[in-house]
Design a protein around this ligand. Structure first.
Ligand code: FE
Length: 349
């Protein structure tokens, strides 16, 4: 028995040495470890259900480490080469860019991912891939505002809405990415003017999250609010009676940027730079891009699928008939510092 164990051990060691030699890496290839360490800033039940399904299909256990994006980035940075992180997942292309910019992600080449995810929703170098989409749009008081009043992003900052806008703080990545996209489309001068219009239009200093802005519209604090689509859809289709009531008066408008569509962002993920279970990380990413996973996440979290071949399931399908701007979401992070300085110069706190 002892001898047999030794033989098995020797064979396993030989295979391991061969594997290391093959890919020329100093990191042992532990691709068969049966686990993927997922550092995720998404804490949704829909994600957990998808991970359970992944384990069912592949036998690979998903070991989840949770935190917000900046916490996880700090953790991966301090762990360095010894980091157990295999896959980093978060909301917002601007947050994925922060991880990329800190050299925490490595490129992935995957035919399945490239086929499922459009080029404008992933990093051109394959360091991250969009897995679901959300639009940053307008919730409006339907008793005082017509959809045509807010069918462009310019109108949100126009004198028509002086003192009538609710919006969350400037430092939130959703707003940084939106302003980054506007800089990309309009250039810095027009965008600076827009941010000054936003500040002039604020009904109150920024406070709370997107849902709080939608509720403030209902309460008459403001007539319009900037929000991500899924917050509104969740309120309109959930089982919270008060939120449901809000959405009888407050409606959703999809402003267009230069006639090309609404500003869209992603949730997504990328393989960690020092992933010990790299192959498992790629498998999970590929699984998250399948129609099954895309549908589960959309159904549970009211985001839009990233894959154009997957229709949004109910209840999100009722809000899916809009044009998304074709801009590459990879530009948002590149414009983040510029966006931050424009917003702060305008007094957007
Ligand atoms: Fe969110």
């Amino acid at each position: 028995m002892q001898m047999r164990t030794n033989v098995i051990f020797s064979v396993a060691m030989a295979a391991l040495v061969a594997a290391c030699g093959q890919n020329g890496s100093t990191t042992p290839d532990k691709a068969d470890a049966g686990v993927v360490n997922l550092y995720t800033a998404r804490h949704y039940d829909a994600d957990k259900a998808v991970h359970a399904r992944f384990t069912e299909v592949t036998g690979i256990r998903v070991n989840t480490i949770e935190g917000n994006a900046d916490q996880l980035i700090a953790r991966m940075t301090s762990e360095g080469a010894a980091s157990p992180a295999d896959l980093f997942v978060t909301a917002d292309a601007g947050a994925l860019w922060r991880a990329q910019n800190a050299n925490l992600l490595q490129p992935t080449t995957s035919r399945a991912l490239n086929a499922a995810i459009p080029a404008n929703l992933r990093d051109p170098e394959g360091r991250w891939f969009g897995l679901s989409r959300r639009a940053r749009i307008v919730a409006y008081d339907s008793t005082r505002v017509q959809p045509a009043d807010v069918d462009t992003y310019e109108e949100i900052a126009s004198p028509r809405f002086r003192g009538r806008l609710c919006v969350r703080s400037a430092d939130h990545v959703y707003n940084l990415s939106l302003v980054g996209a506007l800089i990309e489309a309009w250039g810095p001068a027009k965008t600076a003017q827009w941010t000054r219009g936003i500040v002039a239009n604020m009904a109150r200093p920024p406070e709370g999250g997107d849902r709080d802005q939608i509720r403030a519209v209902n309460a008459g604090v403001c007539e319009i609010a900037l929000t991500n689509s899924y917050y509104y859809i969740r309120m309109a289709s959930g089982d919270d009676a008060a939120d449901l009531e809000v959405t009888t008066k407050v409606k959703l408008a999809f402003p267009s940027l230069d006639g090309q569509g609404s500003h869209v962002n992603i949730s997504g993920g990328g393989v960690a730079a020092n992933a010990p279970n790299r192959a498992n990380a790629v498998r999970l990413l590929e699984f998250l891009a399948t129609p099954e996973a895309q549908t589960m996440v959309s159904a549970g979290n009211n985001e839009y699928p990233a894959s154009p071949n997957v229709p949004a399931p109910p209840p999100t399908d009722a809000y899916a008939d809009f044009t998304a701007h074709p801009m590459s979401v990879a530009t948002y992070g590149l414009r983040q510092a510029e966006a931050q300085s424009l917003m702060s110069a305008a007094g957007w706190r």
